[in-house]
Ligand binder design. Structure first.
Ligand SMILES: [Zn+2]
Length: 217
């Protein structure tokens, strides 16, 4: 009888799972694709655990929401890989699920990498969705490394709001220098390479009033 490689000791043969990464700019349909895969897994009677960081309060507190109104029940965790590990292992939930989904993976720390690979070694299908670059066009958190380690990477394009071409960038429209501004309507747009302008911290201009404020006074 063919024996697959064991990672668990105790002679139990566990076939490794897979690591899937869904990435791209905002408005590229990452959450929608994550939800689509998780729903298909449920149809196949696989047991699904779904997480999202509590920083994303965009539509629902306990569901992953895509911009196209697709939702999926999700447990909310702080974007900390140790907290996520505890959520999975402390209650032994990990032994009861086949698929682990995580949205907004860019907000997690680098510990998400070993955790994802540990889950894969336990035979889980791990699906992570997250932004690959910031609005300053820098690699975003752990996502680029997760892309390198994945079995399968799906890099989605959005649509450039200037010209309609495929867009790989998230354009920051406002003046806030905070990296994490989630779901604020009108603060971001998808842009192609030609129309993307990396956000540069306007250190010298921060003391000045925004033009919009000056115009109304
Ligand atoms: Zn464009």
């Amino acid at each position: 009888m063919h024996q697959v490689s064991s990672v668990a000791g105790e002679g139990a043969a566990i076939h490794p799972g897979v690591l899937e990464v869904i990435t791209g700019p905002m408005f590229s349909g990452k959450s929608e694709e994550l939800i689509r895969r998780l729903k298909r897994a449920k149809i196949a009677r696989q047991r699904v655990a779904c997480y999202k960081p509590d920083i994303d309060l965009r539509y629902h507190r306990t569901a992953i929401a895509s911009h196209s109104e697709q939702t999926m029940e999700a447990a909310v965790v702080t974007p900390n890989s140790e907290r996520l590990r505890e959520a999975l292992f402390a209650t032994d939930l990990v032994s009861q699920v086949d698929v682990v989904g995580l949205d907004e993976a860019q907000f997690f720390d680098d510990g998400i990498q070993p955790l994802a690979l540990e889950l894969v070694a336990l035979g889980k299908r791990v699906i992570l969705a997250g932004l690959d670059t910031t609005f300053a066009n820098e690699p975003f958190g752990p996502v680029p490394a997760l892309m390198a380690l994945a079995d399968r990477v799906t890099k989605l394009n959005a649509v450039c709001m200037v010209c309609g071409q495929p867009a790989i960038h998230t354009q920051r429209l406002g003046r806030s220098t905070e990296l994490v501004v989630v779901g604020a309507a009108g603060m971001y747009e998808a842009r192609c390479r030609a129309h993307f302008q990396p956000y540069v911290e306007p250190a010298a201009e921060q003391l000045e009033l925004p033009e919009a404020v000056l115009a109304t006074t």
